[in-house]
Design a protein around this ligand. Structure first.
Ligand code: 0RA
Length: 641
């Protein structure tokens, strides 16, 4: 019986109405379904997708060098020295293999490779998606002594696969593409973003050379990432400016049931933070997952067992967090059919991974501890200290709880709250200084804008444990105004505002306060950064007047433009030194009115950078410190819409 006979009339009618979008047209119609978004993240995703294919070739052992070049015309070229995508006719599709890979969604079949292909999530959607979202794309393949080429426009081939030359025995694939400006909000690649990912990929795939070039400026940049030590070097890199509890990272690697598990870890001495990065098939699983929980369980149980066997740490109850205090770890797993879940598809879901990782880590770690009793001893000692501090912190927290300081119902006295209770509409301005706070209170739209002025010093979240943080008045008022808890208990769904806007002066002190706040939010309320709830206000740098007309310039360039327009005669220029110099109306018009203001979103990377730069900022060296402040005080560019 064929399908149509079992459908009744109504069903036939309904299915006719469904417009079946075929192939790459569907990708252009709903790009976000394939690459997550069409903003800067989606744009960079294109490069990751192409590079992933070369990484696959490297993971199978056929390629040891990948080059990524940013070209002056905003295109990107990715090349590798792998086997080259096959060019022979595909038996079922009567087209050359390379054309199928470039034009069919999830091209598989004969050209499927055996390696740990990424599936699900945003990665692994296939290069055909990149092709569909490119104004043009060109692929060149070196194979069997020849060079072949095919060109495409918006995903459609505009040439055959042509042989364009001969070549020695070397082989490889080169893909050059120009993202389509009709699809993307921006087509400008960020070198630093790509650099971070390429470095990460080089750490995760030991021995692989990845070259990144920026050919867009007169002074070309070229960097090579190549780490024979793999994730051990990754941990060394993450801990590069920290004091270590023991000299070498602990490392092991094992393959079991067709799954690879690799771990490198090392504790820091004084930093109380932890940095545990988990990867699955080269994807940074920021939301964690089964591999991470397997690792955490193994760490806690193994160290508990070790303590019991050796009668250590008996005077205090050590918990999992205590063993993780100050820990830097990279866990890297490779598995055949990964399931990615969660809001950003960065949570590993495969349930079998928990047990596999747990048993491998337990065995290997126990062996290590027994062979290295000195290291075991310092780890336990640190955990004991952490456990004691945790108990003290709990007492401090209970104290503040009793006083009602962490309850959102009991808002801090300095807060001028807004009247709209809907968090998606409400905004919290955290304002440096009383006078600016006063202007902001008068100038704001009290329907949806709340003002929290900060007076005292903000404590450095990198140096302090949570109990110390909770003793700080300013920190406590921020916690209670936001009303979503702190640290492990922080719940972004409880946040009373979906825009939290830091408003500080554009001077050195302002930069310092901003950095302290970034570090605090990064360490203790990171989900706010992940969700994009944290912003920085951008007050204007200049007020330019001519007659009755008033203009505001937010950047030096804007100032020049305005001056060019007005001419030089009878023009008054005032440089704003601080927010306090603006009256409430000016502050509203230039910095708070959603119609006019500029807000810069603070990302997790900004938080991370502030965190890392803290040593620099707080350190004794004056040179690098000054430089950082200037760098950080530069005007931001994201325009609030
Ligand atoms: C399918 C089969 C083979 C290689 C590749 C794909 C391949 C794809 C890409 C994409 C970027 N670089 C790549 N390198 C190789 C193997 C063909 C054979 O058996 O020689």
């Amino acid at each position: 019986m064929d399908d149509e006979t079992v459908m009744d009339k109504k069903e036939i009618y309904d299915s006719e109405k469904i417009k079946v979008l075929e192939g790459l047209k569907a990708v252009r119609k709903r790009p976000s379904m394939y690459i997550g978004s069409t903003d800067e993240n989606g744009l960079h995703h294109l490069v990751y997708e192409v590079v992933d294919n070369s990484i696959d070739e490297a993971m199978e052992g056929y390629c040891d060098k990948i080059e990524v070049a940013l070209k002056p015309d905003d295109s990107v070229e990715v090349s590798d020295n792998g086997r080259g995508i096959p060019v022979s006719e595909h038996p079922q599709h009567d087209a050359p293999g390379v054309e199928i890979v470039m034009t069919k969604l999830h091209a598989g079949g004969k050209f499927d490779r055996k390696s740990y292909k990424v599936s699900g999530g945003l990665h692994g959607v296939g290069v055909s998606v990149v092709n569909a979202l490119s104004k043009w794309l060109e692929v060149k393949v070196k194979r069997e002594g020849n060079v072949y080429r095919q060109r495409y426009k918006r995903g459609d081939p505009i040439t055959e696969v042509e042989k364009i030359g001969e070549n020695g025995p070397s082989s490889g694939t080169l893909t050059r593409f120009k993202p389509d400006p009709d699809i993307f909000e921006t087509v400008e690649f960020n070198y630093e973003t790509l650099k971070k990912r390429m470095r990460e990929l080089a750490f995760l795939n030991k021995g692989l050379k990845i070259v990144l070039k920026d050919e867009r400026t007169d002074e070309e940049i070229e960097e090579e990432f190549h780490f024979e030590g793999g994730i051990v070097e990754f941990v060394n890199y993450l801990n590069r400016e920290k004091e270590k509890l023991y000299p070498e990272p602990i490392y092991f690697k094992r393959r079991e049931d067709g799954v690879h598990v690799e771990l490198a870890m090392q504790h820091k001495t004084e930093a109380y933070s932890k940095d545990i990065l988990a990867f699955a098939n080269n994807i940074n699983t920021k939301e964690g997952g089964t591999h991470l929980s397997g690792f955490r369980a193994a760490l806690t149980r193994t160290l508990n067992n070790y303590c019991e066997k050796n009668k250590l740490g008996e005077d205090v109850k050590i918990r999992g967090d205590d063993y993780r205090e100050g820990l830097t770890a990279v866990i890297n797993v490779k598995l055949p059919e990964p399931q990615f879940e969660g809001q950003t598809k960065t949570k590993l879901g495969n349930s079998e991974m928990r047990g596999i990782v747990q048993s491998i880590v337990s065995e290997e770690l126990m062996r290590f501890l027994e062979e290295n009793p000195k290291v075991a001893e310092v780890i336990v000692e640190k955990a004991v200290t952490a456990a004691k501090a945790r108990q003290a912190a709990k007492k401090a927290k209970e104290l503040t709880r009793r006083k009602g300081l962490l309850e959102s119902v009991d808002l801090p006295g300095k807060l001028a709250d807004c009247s709209d209770p809907d968090p998606s509409k409400a905004e919290l301005y955290i304002v440096e200084g009383d006078s600016a706070g006063g202007s902001a209170k008068q100038g704001r739209d009290r329907d949806f804008q709340a003002i929290l002025p900060l007076r005292g010093k903000i404590i450095n979240a990198e140096k302090a444990r949570i109990n110390k943080m909770l003793e700080n008045k300013e920190i406590r008022s921020i916690i209670s105004a936001i009303g979503a808890g702190i640290g492990e208990d922080f719940d972004p769904d409880e946040a009373r505002y979906h825009k939290i806007i830091i408003m500080t002066d554009a001077d050195v002190d302002g930069a310092h306060i901003r950095t302290l706040l970034f570090t605090f939010f990064y360490r203790y309320m990171r989900p706010l950064l992940e969700r994009g709830y944290l912003y920085m206000a951008q007050p204007p740098l200049y007020k330019i007047t001519k007659g009755r007309a008033v203009h505001h310039a937010y950047t030096e360039e804007e100032k020049r433009e305005i001056l060019d327009e007005l001419g030089k005669r009878g023009v008054g220029i005032q440089r704003y030194k601080g927010l306090g110099e603006m009256n409430p109306k000016e502050l509203w018009e230039t910095t708070m009115d959603p119609e006019n203001r500029i807000l810069a979103k603070v990302t997790v990377e900004d938080g991370e950078r502030a965190d890392q730069l803290f040593d620099l900022l707080m350190g004794k060296e004056v040179g690098p410190r000054k430089e950082f402040i200037q760098e950080n005080a530069k005007a931001a560019t994201n325009i609030d819409v």
